[in-house]
Every structure is written in C-alpha cells, then in structure tokens.
Design a protein around this ligand. Structure first.
Ligand SMILES: Cc1cc2nc3c(=O)[nH]c(=O)nc-3n(C[C@H](O)[C@H](O)[C@H](O)COP(=O)(O)O)c2cc1C
Length: 273
C-alpha cells in the first residue's frame, strides 16, 4: 500500500469514528434532555436555517421507533408541550390536494381519560359477551391501559361519503386514510425522539359487517360524537387510538424493545426491475 493511500484510509477511519461519536453523543443528549419541547425552541429560534438531521440520525430514529405498550408506562403525566410537539409533527404529513383530513381527539384530562377507560372496557365487554368470548383479565387490562397512559388520542380521518350512485366528492377514502396514517407515523417518531412510549391500537374499531366502506360501531361514534364533524359529503372515521405515556427504562422488565424486520435482501418485499 502506498503512503498516500494509507493516509487517506486513516483519514476515512478517523471521520467514521468522529461521526459515530457525534451521533451517539447527540442520541445520549436527546434521551437525557427529553423534557425539552421543540415547538417553542423552533418558534424562538432566530436562526435563518436549522440543522436537518443526517441520514444516519434519521435512520436511527426510524429504527428506534417501537410500539411501547401501557404496561411499560410509568403512569406519570407527559408535559402538554411534548404532546404539542407530536401534533406539530402530525401537521406536516403529506396529503393529496392538501386536504389534511385528520381529526385527533385528545383524552388528556383525568376526567376525559376515565370516560375513555369506561367506554373502551365496557365496549369490549358488550361485544365480547355477545360472542361468548369475554375475558375478565382483558377487561381489566383495557381499564388499566387507559388509566396508565398520559393521553389517549382518537385517530380519525375525514373520508368521503358514497352517494347512492356510488360517486363521492374529494379524494378516495383510502388516500385520506393513508394521509392520516402518515401523520400518525410523524407523531410516533416525535414521541420516540422524546423517549415517550406510544402505540396505535385498533382493536374493536370497525363494524365487522360494513359492506361498501369502513364504518365504526355506533357506540364508538356516539362516544366520540363523530356526527358533529360530518356533513352530507364526508364522514368521520375512527382508525384507532394512540396511547401515549411516559417511559422510563428500569433494570429488568422495562427495556426499550428491539425491532425485527424482513431484511432488504429478501427479494419478496423489495422488487427491483
Ligand atoms: C394500523 C395499526 C394498528 C395497530 N393495532 C394494534 C392493536 O390493536 N393491538 C396491538 O397490540 N398492536 C397494534 N399495532 C401495533 C403493532 O402491533 C406494531 O406496530 C407491530 O407489532 C410492530 O412493532 P413496532 O411498532 O414496535 O415496530 C397496530 C399498528 C398499526 C400500524
């Protein structure tokens, strides 16, 4: 090996080491300073431009995002400012024709959360008893999940109503649902950046017998008062609940989980032509 190629190899190695130190430092900073919200920071920023995270940091955040379930939450309140950061992230999701079709209904106060806890557990009781599959443990878990969360966000999408001839106004239903899902992913990533626990639950959300398009059970529509947001052209469809809670890593059970995915090389998911 020539002296110049040895030198350039050393330079590359140094750059890699320096970059990983910076990345791990920034990630350590993120988790320790997780009570600082970015919304106010950005508003107060006098900078003309701001740092966009590197591809490595972006991938690390994406890979770190995990569904963290209420049994892993501390039960302490998440500051409103961090929830606002999540909503700010949601707002920037892409939407066809910029319809921004989401409605997020936030159950944050103790009173609202308790109403939600009662609703979701009783809804489970009624539907599972009708099918003879009721389990007391699951009922208790639903109550506990709602109570331990700091905020339960109803994820809703404004979707078009089909007219009698099958026509509809605006974007197709599936596009509006996709847009809302992108907003939820943004929220989930922001929650991850703040080290918050977060997960999307969709259990019992849809009518099993809906024919032409997805519908929610009437009890759920009544609980969320969805009719209030609807008109002759569009209806409000609930896609599930985003549970948000404080997460604190402790020795033993409470660990941030590792994810698993089909590798890029698999060939069945990623098809090159
Ligand atoms: C649309 C949607 C609905 C989901 N509904 C549920 C659910 O009802 N119950 C549940 O345990 N997890 C639910 N999840 C979370 C998945 O179980 C979770 O994303 C998956 O196991 C992958 O784990 P990860 O999010 O940690 O990568 C849902 C996720 C999505 C995107």
């Amino acid at each position: 090996m020539t002296q110049s190629s040895q030198l350039s190899l050393t330079a590359v190695a140094c750059t890699i080491v320096a970059t990983s130190i910076i990345i791990s430092f920034r990630f350590k900073q993120d988790s320790s300073s997780n009570k600082k919200n970015v919304l106010d920071e950005t508003k107060n920023s006098k900078k003309d431009s701001f740092d966009i995270s590197s591809p490595e940091e972006t991938l690390q955040l994406l890979q770190k995002r995990r569904s963290i379930f209420p049994k892993q939450y501390t039960g302490r309140k998440v500051p409103r400012t961090l929830i606002m950061d999540m909503l700010e992230a949601a707002r920037w999701a892409p939407t066809h024709k910029l319809t921004q079709p989401w409605k997020f209904i936030l159950h944050e106060s103790e009173e609202a959360k308790e109403l939600y806890a009662q609703f979701i557990s009783n809804h489970y009781k009624a539907t599972s008893m009708a099918k003879n599959v009721f389990k007391e443990k699951k009922y208790e878990k639903k109550l506990h999940s709602a109570r331990t969360s700091s905020c339960v966000i109803a994820i809703c999408a404004m979707v078009p109503k089909f007219q009698e001839d099958g026509s509809f106004k605006g974007n197709p239903e599936v596009e509006e649902i996709c847009s809302v899902a992108m907003a939820v992913q943004n929220m989930h990533l922001m929650a991850t950046a703040h080290n918050l626990g977060c997960y999307w639950s969709s259990s019992g959300i849809y009518d099993s017998k809906s024919e032409r398009y997805l519908t929610n059970p009437q009890a759920l529509r009544d609980f969320l008062k969805l009719e209030e947001y609807e008109n002759s052209d569009s209806m409000c469809l609930c896609l599930g609940w985003l549970y948000v809670g404080e997460f604190e890593e402790t020795k033993g059970l409470k660990k941030w989980p590792k994810g698993q995915r089909v590798p890029l090389e698999d060939g069945k998911k990623f098809i090159w032509r």
